[in-house]
Design a binder for this molecule. Structure first.
Ligand code: MN
Length: 203
């Protein structure tokens, strides 16, 4: 069964002025679409076609570089779109808000640590808020299209919030100013969606 590119759950211009419409259109329609197409090409006619994306990523060391890059790319972008919202930017509340305060000190401290992970990831990659096997929260980053679900990853767990720091995610609007893009990100985070993923990951 082939993987499919889901439509964005909002209009391309929904995250303006923080994420511009042209970037969203190209990022979803060209970049993410290419990961899906290339993943399907890489697994066509193999046993991998019968696995879920999570099953593939959890055993990614068994598969080719094409499956790793494009499977990761498909998963990471799917999570990214689903945890952004035009009505984002509020603070996390409830159990997730409490856990963030407990682990990182405060929401402001959390944002600082996550932003540092995103700004110091050299080259292309992702910054993550993820849930470790023991149920606790952690911040980290990974290169290229890797993520904490992968058995080859230095950081391991279930990602619940990710920030794409590939230049294709911000160059049209922010050029080389990755810190400005990271600062803008906080205005479009859908904390309700992140909270749902937090509870699912802890089960
Ligand atoms: Mn991307």
């Amino acid at each position: 069964m082939a993987f499919e590119l889901a439509p964005l759950p909002y209009a391309f211009d929904a995250l303006e002025p923080y994420f511009d419409a042209k970037t969203m259109e190209i990022h979803h329609g060209k970049h993410h679409n290419a990961y899906v197409t290339n993943l399907n090409n890489a697994i066509a006619g193999t046993e991998v076609e019968n696995l879920t994306l999570e099953q593939i990523l959890g055993n990614i060391s068994k598969y080719s570089g094409a499956v790793r890059n494009n499977g990761g790319g498909h998963y990471n972008h799917s999570l990214f779109w689903a945890t952004l919202s035009a009505h984002g930017g509020s603070n996390p509340t409830g159990e997730l808000g409490e856990a963030i305060n407990n682990v990182f000190g405060s929401f402001e401290d959390f944002k600082t640590q996550f932003s540092t992970a995103a700004s110091t990831r050299f080259g292309s990659g992702w910054a993550w808020l993820y849930v470790k096997a023991d149920g606790t929260l952690a911040i980290g980053s990974s290169p290229n299209q890797d993520n904490p679900l992968m058995d080859v990853s230095e950081i391991k767990g279930t990602p619940i919030l990710g920030l794409d720091v590939w230049e294709h995610a911000y160059y049209l609007k922010y050029q080389n100013r990755r810190p400005d893009y990271i600062a803008a990100f906080w205005n479009v985070v859908n904390w309700d969606a992140v909270s749902i993923r937090y509870h699912a990951a802890k089960k």
